[in-house]
Write a protein that binds this ligand. Structure first.
Ligand code: TPP
Length: 434
């Protein structure tokens, strides 16, 4: 709040996001999860670690050999510079979708299933410590993580969390960052400990096992799901494609399932947050990147159905307006699928769930597109999705509606995490024996 107030004082608009503290569901005895009378001995409600702003150009912090890098959105040059350090220092890199191209361009050890390993086998909302062999001695956050779990909490409170981000606007929503550097590049490698080859190797072994489990699960699916659509979409995009990812499961599914591509550009607004304005952002991006006289980038977006319906007026274009060349892939599971993966999606909260959380609906996307003279294709299988993505991106605006079943979502994720846990157990036990 102090930082927000300080920025507001300098005349810039400031948005304060306040997350709910877990648990998100009522306690069994219906009591409050915190004592409303305050902390013992009149201590303050919130205490923050000491923070130090480092504005020097060279890092002076000792970075342990067992450092884990987590990249969020932000300046791709900063991401690339840190990824080059990671490549030299042998640090595993978990890159959110908006950072994956920058990270992958450097030859760093970018993990395919890093976030699945971080989540420790829980549903995305669950927080459990990462298994011991994968536990870092330090975490380096780069830019603004918007899709990752609270990494500081996941790795355990005593692991230092450093940030490389813009100063003074660095992002630290979980208040775990103890030190911020504005820049880190290969000239800083001397401040990193000698690489420990076992460190990257154990993450890569676990990652390969997780990827094998994931691909096996997704390939065995009889009906198309969000994870499968996200994986296949990213893999099928033409080189130089631009991909806008909508809030909620769209960006999270890509984070969980897609292999990093260094030849596409990925954009998002505020990560998993904010279903507003997503159609408009995708259209604006496609218009801005494809001026009539300029280069042409094939533009795509992946967004959920509520996100689409929420901003369907974004499809409105006057007859004399330029129309974007954009394929909007709408994953339609007739409601907010992400809530099925949260604690409130558990069977015991079934009553009222569809109305209160999922916001279930039966909006006709065919009719909605027709009202705006936008081409529409219905997709019910992976083959149909591939057929739409194959070939040169068409001129104009089109919606590809992927129809999926929300009722199966929670079960699918639970199955996946169970399969992951058993596949990882052997690898991690062997790593412990080193
Ligand atoms: C403007 C706004 N209102 C409400 C929310 C809360 N919210 C988060 S995700 C979500 C549901 C999104 O549903 P959908 O677009 O279908 O995506 P899915 O969850 O199925 O991936 C809602 C309502 C939000 N993020 N932003």
């Amino acid at each position: 709040m102090c930082r927000a107030v300080a920025w507001a004082g300098s005349g810039v608009p400031v948005q304060v996001n306040i997350p709910f503290r877990e648990p998100l569901t009522p306690l069994p005895d219906r009591s409050w999860s915190d004592d409303l009378w305050g902390r013992p001995d009149g201590r303050p409600w919130t205490t923050l670690p000491e923070q130090e702003i480092v504005t020097r150009s060279r890092a002076e912090v000792d970075l342990p050999a067992r450092t884990l890098v987590v990249m969020g959105s932000g300046d791709p040059q900063r991401a690339r510079a840190v990824a080059e350090v990671a490549a030299k220092a042998g640090w595993p890199v978990i890159a959110e979708p908006t950072a994956m191209a920058a990270a992958a361009q450097t030859g760093a050890g970018v993990l395919r299933c890093g976030v699945l390993l971080l989540a420790g086998g829980e549903l995305p909302a669950g927080v459990r410590y990462v298994p011991t062999p994968l536990r870092p001695d330090a975490v380096l956050l780069v830019g603004r993580p918007t899709v990752s779990p609270d990494v500081g909490a996941v790795v355990g409170g005593d692991v230092p969390v450093f940030s490389v981000d813009a100063v003074p606007e660095w992002s630290d929503p979980a208040h775990t960052v103890s030190r911020v550097e504005e820049w880190l590049d290969v000239e800083d490698v001397p401040c990193a400990e000698e690489p420990d080859p076992k460190w990257l190797a154990v993450w890569q072994r676990a990652d390969a096992a997780a990827a094998a489990v994931l691909d096996k699960e997704l390939d065995a699916e009889t009906a198309l799901t969000g994870l499968r659509a996200a994986r296949d979409l990213v893999a099928a995009l033409p080189p130089q494609a631009v991909l806008f990812l909508g809030a909620s499961n769209s960006i999270r599914d890509v984070y969980m399932a897609a292999a990093a591509r260094e030849d596409i550009a990925v954009y998002a607004n505020r990560g998993t947050a904010g279903i507003d304005g997503n159609v408009s952002t995708a259209m604006g991006l496609a218009l801005a990147l494809n001026t009539p006289e300029g280069a042409r980038f094939p533009c795509y977006a992946l967004i959920g159905d509520l996100t689409f319906v929420h901003d369907s007026n974004g499809l409105f274009l006057g007859p004399d307006e330029r129309r974007p060349n954009l394929t909007l892939v709408v994953l339609n599971d007739r409601g907010g699928g992400n809530f099925s993966l949260l604690p409130e999606g558990a069977p015991e909260y079934k009553q009222g769930f569809e109305r209160v959380f999922a916001a279930a609906h039966d909006t006709d996307l065919v009719g909605l597109c027709a009202a705006h003279h936008v081409a529409h294709t219905a997709i019910e299988s992976a083959e149909q999705l591939h057929a739409v993505l194959r070939g040169p991106a068409p001129v104009g605006l089109r919606v590809a509606e992927v129809r999926t079943n929300r009722a199966a979502l929670r079960g699918q994720h639970m199955r996946l995490h169970k399969a992951l846990n058993s596949a990882l157990a052997g690898i991690l036990n062997a790593a412990l024996a080193y």
